[in-house]
Design a protein around this ligand. Structure first.
Ligand code: UT7
Length: 329
């Protein structure tokens, strides 16, 4: 088994208070509670208020991480942020989180990998530490998808929610705890299956852009679903094989929470019964890059993950991107 270079120390999360239920969507678009539950597993999702910016949500999650890890904010040397819905485009989201958090000794930057952003961030953090560039790397996944969701499109609006989660990556304290295997992959040829067409330099904001609704997330659901099932299975295999582990040695699978049927297919492929799979999609919907760190924090704080637990995290998202990390807690 691989000797880990880095460990994860401390977790944190922030979930907005306001909830949108399936019953609320029944009043907004042509849908039903039954359809949403059967096709996605989602019952409700949390929606940020005007004050609950990504900078604010992520800072709250990061403060919990630092407290749990016993690390001072001035000791953070890198801040890596995965998000597809930044508060603004320039400067990066990481810069605005750094400012609010007061992590003034850190280099701060975003990783653009959509729903896989948190796991890409963990992999970047491992690389920084392996290269001797970092010792305390905060990794964040945070989204305010409600701001880029088309609430007139029933095929996407019922899916997304807001929130933030984080962890700290640092050198492994005993050469046993930490990341045992990881993997990341991209297929840009499939980028037009999940995208936002305007708002960027190709199609800058205009009245026409707003009418065309290109500012919002568009997704070819069925094709994305099929790719997600295939790619998350690939990601499980690759990380486990790099760690020298098999599925039956995994104590807990934390999959990206995009669709209950994708989660079940991933668990089946990895040979894991559902009681070894963490599911919170019913409460939060799809929070993109935030989904895995929110789930991780819930598992750590509820005692579902304890010292020595083998945890497999696997994500898939726009790009398409996919990634996996297997860690001994
Ligand atoms: O976060 C990373 C990437 N995201 C994903 O991995 C998500 C992948 N995709 C999915 O989760 C699913 O494809 C969806 C949940 C988005 C859609 O479920 P589906 O079972 O693939 O439905 P579908 O797109 O094949 O549509 C089936 C029917 C259609 O009606 P017709 O054409 O058969 O008459 C849709 O118009 O369901 C209809 N439909 C709805 N009906 C009620 C689509 N959305 C809704 C809705 N309520 N909200």
């Amino acid at each position: 088994m691989k000797r880990p270079i880095v460990e994860l120390a401390g977790t944190g999360r922030y979930v907005p208070e306001r909830v949108l239920t399936n019953a609320d969507f029944e009043r907004m678009v042509d849908t039903s509670d039954q359809w949403i539950i059967e096709r996605t597993g989602i019952r409700e999702r949390h929606i940020a208020s005007a004050e609950e910016t990504i900078a604010c949500m992520a800072t709250s999650a990061c403060r919990q991480v630092l407290e749990a890890a016993g690390v001072g904010v001035e000791e953070v040397d890198s801040l890596v942020v995965g998000t597809a819905s930044p508060d603004r485009f320039l400067p990066s989201q990481a810069c605005d989180i750094q400012k609010v958090l007061g992590a003034n000794n850190a280099a701060a930057f975003d990783v653009g990998a959509a729903c896989s952003g948190f796991l890409y961030g963990l992999n970047v953090a491992e690389g920084l530490i392996a290269a001797g560039t970092g010792k305390n790397v905060l990794v964040v996944g945070a989204e305010r998808l409600s701001k880029i969701t088309d609430y007139e499109d029933r095929t996407t609006c019922i899916l997304f929610g807001d929130g933030a989660g984080a962890t700290l990556v640092r050198p492994s304290s005993d050469g046993k705890r930490g990341i045992l295997g990881n993997y990341q992959k991209t297929d840009g040829r499939l980028g037009d299956l999940l995208y936002r067409s305007s708002g960027g330099a190709n199609e800058p904001p205009s009245e026409e852009m707003l009418k065309g609704r290109g500012y919002f997330i568009h997704m070819a659901g069925r094709e994305t679903f099929k790719s997600a099932v295939r790619s998350m299975a690939d990601a499980c295999d690759q990380a486990l094989s790099r760690a020298g582990l098999t599925g039956d040695q995994v104590d807990l699978l934390i999959p990206h929470q995009a669709n209950m049927r994708i989660i079940e297919a991933t668990a089946k492929h990895a040979g894991l019964p559902m009681d070894r799979v963490y599911v919170n999609i019913d409460r939060y919907g799809n929070t993109s890059a935030a989904s895995i760190p929110i789930a991780l924090d819930e598992c750590v704080r509820s005692g579902r993950i304890t010292a020595g637990s083998i945890v497999l995290m696997v994500a898939f998202g726009g790009g398409f991107t996919w990634a996996s990390v297997v860690v001994r807690w």
